[in-house]
Design a binder for this molecule. Structure first.
Ligand SMILES: Cc1cc2nc3c(=O)[nH]c(=O)nc-3n(C[C@H](O)[C@H](O)[C@H](O)COP(=O)(O)O)c2cc1C
Length: 210
């Protein structure tokens, strides 16, 4: 993995190993898994999860993107934040995924931001065992310009598609994943310095080796 001005390029999606998958088996074996070992994920696995949940296949002339998940009018008003805790070769911390560059940018937050993020999921023990916590941040203003109030529904629908792809990708990789809808919103937004109105976390999930 190469680092340039605080941006970590992830392994190229073109070189990720394809998987021989029985489709029905994949669908039927998907389940929420809430117990993880202390074994780290590889950066290839992280790259694969990000590619399948938000990977950009094409940038259109007007700047919109076509990705591996659908989004109303291809607006993609969600961004992926990651609280990385146990991934080989990547320092722990809070990152933003840059989908066009397929790269990670470390966020400059207050000291103890990662702890603040984890504390927002206090009731859910598996979060502290997990290797990566995915957080999906909605940019409400961006959506409102196109959809008006409908954006409040669309960001959750988009989050559902992303979440399902995360489950299926984790299943294909043989690692565990669990969606997380239950968290202390105010504490989470404080830790991430989001206003909780125009920019808010609408969904989350954790992954780890089982
Ligand atoms: C939107 C959403 C939010 C969820 N939130 C949580 C959560 O906060 N904690 C948790 O343990 N599971 C959570 N889950 C997982 C569900 O509990 C799980 O999907 C359900 O029990 C069915 O089990 P399965 O996923 O193994 O089929 C959530 C699932 C979804 C779709």
């Amino acid at each position: 993995m190469c680092e340039m001005s605080g941006v970590l390029r992830l392994p190229e999606p073109d070189f990720l190993p394809d998987k021989e998958i029985n489709f029905l088996e994949l669908i039927e074996l998907r389940a929420s898994r809430r117990q993880y070992t202390a074994e780290a994920l590889t950066v290839q696995e992280l790259s694969y999860l990000l590619w399948c949940t938000q990977g950009v296949k094409m940038v259109c002339e007007d700047g919109r993107t076509l990705r591996n998940v659908p989004s109303a009018a291809a607006l993609h008003p969600l961004q992926t934040l990651l609280c990385l805790r146990n991934v080989e070769d990547v320092p722990a911390g809070v990152y933003r995924f840059l989908p066009v560059e397929h790269a990670l940018k470390r966020l400059t937050l207050s000291e103890g931001a990662s702890e603040g993020v984890l504390a927002a999921f206090e009731q859910q023990e598996m979060v502290r065992q997990s290797a990566v916590l995915f957080l999906w941040e909605a940019d409400i203003l961006r959506g409102i310009r196109t959809y008006g109030r409908k954006v409040y529904a669309y960001v959750y629908i988009d989050a559902g598609h992303i979440g399902q792809n995360l489950y299926l990708t984790a299943q294909a990789l043989g690692i565990g994943a669990c969606a997380l809808g239950c968290f202390d919103e105010s504490a989470l937004h404080r830790a991430l310095m989001l206003d909780g109105e125009e920019r808010k976390i609408v969904h989350a999930a954790c992954v780890g080796r089982t």
